[in-house]
Design a protein around this ligand. Structure first.
Ligand code: FPP
Length: 242
């Protein structure tokens, strides 16, 4: 248990879905004279602690931005290292999760991913498909605009074959990679950058945003607690009045 009894958190108001843009691995490494890949490796360790913290808090959905459709433009060495880390994570997922009731789901376009990663994704998704404690969603080769383009194409196909007659928000949500997953309540970005960078752009319309100056490898369950406390102090109006 990573959270102590004296925590100020209201356990009745824990966000159901937390989304995280894990930013700052490169800067963390540079500050220490290390390679960017070492920063990602440390970031992967941080992620394991944050998954555990979310599980302990009773968060139902955690979505993390692990690799964007734009990240392919990084140096090959860095892309290879990120793919290696993802592969290792998936391969060791059951051991890492220590028998916890965690379901792993991967969202994004799998067509461009290496075969070994795709088969690990399929294996882990299948193996954890009956778990219902925490849904841990990894966005991999994910781009919010591409996701919307894919949804629009699927809808166009349905219209062509007469399967639907009306397009509404609910239908679009159901054609996104995140179908069946509630929208994030709280979206956190680390490292002081103040933008969404194509992450869950449809789904985060009413998410509470929390920006932390802490670089991702330095982000701890305590920082997560701060973000949740900030969320708990806000009044969500969803465009109405209260
Ligand atoms: C952004 O930092 C981070 C990424 C592009 C990769 C995130 C990946 C991990 C935390 C590890 C692997 C994930 C899993 C699921 C095992 P940056 O490189 O843009 O940092 P910078 O802005 O300081 O350069």
């Amino acid at each position: 248990m990573l959270f102590k009894k004296q925590s100020k958190l209201d356990m009745e108001n824990i966000p159901e879905h937390i989304a995280i843009i894990m930013d700052g691995n490169g800067r963390w490494a540079k500050k220490r004279g290390l390679s960017r890949s070492m920063g990602h490796r440390e970031g992967s360790r941080t992620l394991k602690k944050i998954v555990e913290a979310c599980y302990d808090l009773g968060v139902k959905y955690l979505t993390v931005y692990a690799f964007s459709t734009e990240n392919w433009s990084r140096p090959k060495e860095e892309v290879d290292e990120l793919m290696k880390l993802l592969y290792e994570y998936l391969q060791n997922a059951e051991r890492e999760l220590k028998g916890k009731n965690v379901r792993i789901i991967v969202i994004g376009d799998r067509k461009k991913l290496p075969d070994n990663i795709v088969s690990e994704i399929n294996r882990v998704e299948e193996k954890t498909s009956h778990n219902h404690g925490l849904n841990f969603i990894i966005a991999l080769n994910y781009g919010g605009r591409q996701e919307i383009v894919d949804a629009v194409n699927a809808i166009a196909e349905d219209i062509r074959y007469g399967r639907i007659t009306e397009i509404n928000e609910e239908l679009i949500s159901q054609r996104l990679y995140t179908r069946g997953i509630p929208d994030p309540d709280l979206l956190i970005r680390t490292s002081g950058e103040l933008r969404l960078s194509n992450f869950l752009i449809w789904q985060s319309s009413y998410s509470e945003l929390f920006f932390s100056d802490v670089l991702w490898p330095d982000f701890t369950p305590k920082h997560l607690e701060e973000a949740i406390l900030s969320y708990q102090g806000r009044q969500r109006r969803f465009g109405g009045v209260k």
